[in-house]
Design a protein around this ligand. Structure first.
Ligand code: SAH
Ligand code: MG
Length: 198
């Protein structure tokens, strides 16, 4: 397991795969443990690094993870097999915005895919979260660019960063969720779904 994790870190750096920072995944694993989270939906598998670590928190934690890039999806499947997590991790090869989820509800959703689509992911997948469930989003600082979009010259990058800035406002103003922001790794938010009034 430890060896596989190191292998994945090496693969990611060689192939420019943006896997989560150590500090951030450690933080998320603590949240999973502390809240007794059992089933997780992840948007953006890449090569399975974060899914495998999240699934390793306890024997009964399961993860469904979605990836639209075929090479990464194949690599993810390979890694899930290597650690014998086929029963714990389901990898879905599709664009998350096109996925049809059946009638499941998750304890936690981890958003870590295209940075320009975070609000869309949140709005789509919040219906699959239990009351009291948690939505975690990664890369809210986007390598220090967030909050400084007006200074960015590249139009593409500026567009992405502006969308992340809008997402942060969206989270702050969202009345269904209580969101806290953490200066961990590349910036993480934890949004807890409020219980519906009885
Ligand atoms: N969670 C991973 C890293 C994910 S990197 C880890 O920390 O180990 C982001 C991934 O999201 C990329 O592999 C990219 O192909 C994928 N992605 C981006 N937009 C997507 C979408 N709309 N649907 C599915 N996957 C998407
Ligand atoms: Mg990330």
């Amino acid at each position: 397991m430890k060896e596989l994790i190191l292998e994945m870190e090496e693969y990611a750096s060689e192939h420019n795969v943006p896997i989560i920072e150590k500090e951030s995944i450690t933080f998320i694993m603590k949240i999973i443990k502390a809240n007794n989270i059992k089933n997780i939906l992840e948007i953006g598998s890449a090569i399975g690094y974060s899914s495998i670590l999240m699934a390793s928190v306890a024997p009964d934690v399961t993860v469904t993870t979605i990836e639209r890039d075929e090479t990464r999806y194949m690599e993810c499947l390979k890694n899930v097999k290597k650690c014998n997590f086929e029963q714990k991790i389901t990898v879905v090869f599709q664009d998350a915005l096109e996925v049809n989820l059946s009638n499941v509800s998750y304890d936690m959703i981890f958003i870590d895919a295209a940075k320009g689509q975070y609000t869309k992911f949140f709005e789509k997948f919040k219906y699959f979260l239990k009351d009291g469930g948690i939505i975690i989003s990664d890369n809210l600082k986007f390598h220090g660019h967030v909050g400084k979009s007006s200074e960015i010259e590249s139009k593409n990058l500026r567009g992405l960063v502006t969308k992340l800035e809008d997402y942060i406002v969206f989270l702050k103003e969202n009345k269904e969720f209580e969101t806290n922001f953490y200066d961990v790794g590349d910036g993480i938010s934890v949004s807890v779904k409020k219980n519906e009034k009885k």
